[in-house]
Design a protein around this ligand. Structure first.
Ligand code: MAN
Length: 360
C-alpha cells in the first residue's frame, strides 16, 4: 500500500487550459429553457468516433427575483411543468446551488437530460447533437437523469447505460440500453434509493456480472462504495461494502465509482471520486483483485487529480472534478470529466503511472 504522497500530485495532463464543452455549445431542449451546465459525460467509442453522453442541466428562464425549476409532468401538454418560487419566499431554503428546500419538499434547481456529442479527433473537440438522447421518465425520474456510465460487456451486443434517476421518491440507479446510439430502451431501475455511481465490469468474472455502486446511509451510514454480483445482470446479491470514506483525508465525506473498471495485468483499476467536508471533489484510484474484485489491493493516499484550473475551481459548484467517462487505448486513458459542475474537461493519464503511484 502507498504511504504519504505529495499533496499536490496530479497525474492528469489536461487538453490545454480551457474546457472542451461549455453550456454555450449546447442548444436548449425547448423554448423557454436555458442550459445552465454541461457536465459529467459518459464516454465510449462507436464506429471509430468517440461519443460522449453528456449531462445537460437546464432551468426555465426566470425573472431576476425568482427561481424557475422544470419538472417532468405528462399531465401538461409540453411535458414539463415549471415551478416558480420567489427568491425571498420564507419557505425557500436555497443554500446549496444544486438542491433547494421549499415548503417541506426538496427539488433540484435544474432538470438534467442526457445528450450525445461526437468527436473525430480523438476527443479534442466535439459536435453536440441538437436534441436529447435520453430524458427522465414521469414515474422514476421526473427530476431528471444524470451522470451516465456507458459500458459494453464482453459478449453483449448492446451498450448498457447506467444513470442517476431522480424523482420525489428518491435518487436511484436506472439502466437504458442501445445498439446503435439512435434509439434507446429504458430498462427500468436497477438499484432503489438512495443509490448512484454504478460502475459495471467490462466482463463477467467467474460467470457473474459485477458492479460497484454507492448506496447512502441517512443517519447511520455514509457514502461508501459497495460491490455486488449477479448471475443475469438483473438480480443482484452478495452486496458488501468495499471502500469507505476516510476521516481527515481528501475523501473523508463521500466516495463513488467512476465508470467501468479498467482491466490491467495487476488488477482492475477503478478511478473514483472523493470529497472532503468542504465539498471539494478530487479523483483517486483503486486496484481490485482480477479474480476477486471484492478484494482491494491498493488505494490512492493522495488524489490523482485535483481541481486546479480556473474552470475546475469556480462554477456552479466550486472546487470539483468528477469523472464517469473515459476511453482506454493501451496504456493511455483519455479522461472526460465535469468541472465545477458547469463544463466538460478532457485530459490524459497513463495507466502505468497511476499503478506506480499506488506503489509509492
Ligand atoms: C447531488 C448533486 C446534484 C444532483 C443530485 C441528485 O446533490 O450531485 O448535482 O443533481 O445529487 O443526483
Amino acid at each position: 500500500m502507498s504511504t504519504t504522497m505529495n499533496a499536490t500530485t496530479d497525474l492528469v495532463t489536461r487538453f490545454g487550459d480551457r474546457p472542451l464543452l461549455t453550456p454555450a455549445d449546447v442548444a436548449p431542449s425547448a423554448d423557454g429553457f436555458q442550459v445552465d451546465c454541461v457536465l459529467n459525460p459518459g464516454a465510449f467509442v462507436h464506429q471509430g468516433r468517440i461519443g460522449l453522453l453528456l449531462r445537460v442541466a437546464e432551468s426555465a428562464i426566470a425573472g431576476p427575483q425568482e427561481l424557475a425549476i422544470p419538472i417532468i409532468d405528462p399531465s401538461i401538454a409540453e411535458g414539463v411543468r415549471v415551478l416558480r418560487i420567489a427568491r425571498d419566499d420564507p419557505r425557500l431554503d436555497a443554500q446549496d446551488p444544486r438542491v433547494i428546500g421549499f415548503d417541506g419538499r426538496n427539488y433540484l434547481t435544474t432538470l438534467s437530460h442526457l445528450r450525445l456529442a461526437w468527436s473525430d479527433d480523438g476527443g479534442r473537440s466535439f459536435a453536440v447533437e441538437d436534441r436529447p438522447f435520453l430524458i427522465g421518465d414521469p414515474v422514476d425520474s421526473s427530476y431528471g437523469v444524470e451522470d451516465a456510465r456507458v459500458v459494453k460487456v464482453a459478449g453483449e451486443e448492446r451498450w448498457r447505460i447506467h444513470f442517476t434517476a431522480v424523482s420525489p421518491t428518491g435518487v436511484c440507479v436506472g439502466q437504458a440500453s442501445t445498439a446503435d446510439w439512435v434509439t434507446a430502451r429504458h430498462d427500468g431501475i436497477l438499484f432503489p434509493p438512495h443509490n448512484k455511481d454504478l460502475a459495471w465490469f467490462t466482463r463477467r468474472i467467474d460467470g457473474q456480472h459485477w458492479c460497484l455502486h454507492r448506496p447512502s446511509g441517512l443517519g447511520i451510514g455514509g457514502n461508501n462504495i459497495w460491490i455486488a454480483r449477479s448471475p443475469d445482470g438483473v438480480h443482484w446479491g452478495h452486496h458488501r461494502v468495499l471502500v469507505t470514506s476516510r476521516p481527515g483525508m481528501w475523501d473523508e465525506e463521500r466516495v463513488g465509482a467512476g465508470c467501468a473498471p479498467i482491466e490491467t495485468e495487476r488488477g482492475w483499476l477503478e478511478l473514483y471520486h472523493g470529497s472532503d467536508t468542504k465539498g471539494r471533489y478530487c479523483l483517486g484510484a483503486l486496484l481490485l483483485d482480477l479474480d476477486d474484485p471484492g478484494t482491494v489491493l491498493a488505494r490512492s493516499e493522495a488524489p490523482i487529480m485535483q481541481p486546479r484550473l480556473p474552470f475546475e475551481r469556480e462554477g456552479f459548484f466550486n472546487e470539483c472534478v468528477f469523472t464517469n467517462g473515459h476511453v482506454v487505448d493501451g496504456d493511455r486513458v483519455t479522461l472526460f470529466y465535469g468541472a465545477a459542475d458547469s463544463v466538460v474537461g478532457g485530459g490524459e493519464l497513463s495507466i502505468s503511472a497511476v499503478l506506480a503511484s499506488l506503489d509509492a
